[in-house]
Write a protein that binds this ligand. Structure first.
Ligand code: OGA
Ligand code: MN
Length: 149
């Protein structure tokens, strides 16, 4: 999140955090937030924007529990991709999710804390035996804050 805490996990990318959005974008982000978060959950006001180039990918990781809370909501733009979830406890327990371009995914609970997530590189980007070509992909990610300890 601009702090480099996931930097080693991500290859072939640029990223930024955006606070000021156009009116049209604000409306879309509000729909994402209303879908992903319950009223009263304190959310990070900065939105994370990750721009993966065609050869970029994200290695398996769990988002920092220190910097973000129980819910991660991401819009995939420009390119479809495959997100793989792998159980940390039992790596044989895994699943692939097809993230079509312009779709929203929400990771929370078990998927957020007990499974790593990754975005497959173009060469490995298959879903149900079908190639899912990876082009440049921009993701727009909203997170909430960890519960105060
Ligand atoms: C991350 C991440 C996924 C995405 O930045 O921690 O997992 O959809 N991003 O880009
Ligand atoms: Mn992540």
């Amino acid at each position: 999140m601009g702090k480099g805490w996931q930097g080693k996990a991500i290859h072939g990318f640029r990223e930024t955090e955006i606070a000021q959005w156009s009116e049209a974008s604000r409306e879309i982000l509000q729909r994402v937030r209303d879908t992903a978060f319950l009223p009263g959950m304190s959310q990070l006001s900065l939105v994370h924007v990750l721009d993966l180039d065609k050869s970029g990918y994200i290695k398996p990781h769990v988002d920092s529990v220190k910097f973000c809370g129980c819910t991660i909501a991401g819009l995939s733009l420009l390119s479809s991709c495959v997100m793989r979830l792998v159980s940390e406890q039992n790596p044989e327990d895994w699943m692939d999710l097809l993230l079509p371009r312009r779709s929203l995914y929400i990771l929370r609970g078990t998927a957020r804390y007990e499974f790593t997530h990754e975005i497959l590189k173009d060469e490995e980007s298959f879903f149900d035996g079908q190639k899912i070509p990876r082009e440049r992909r921009i993701s727009v990610i909203c997170r909430n804050l960890p519960a105060p300890t």
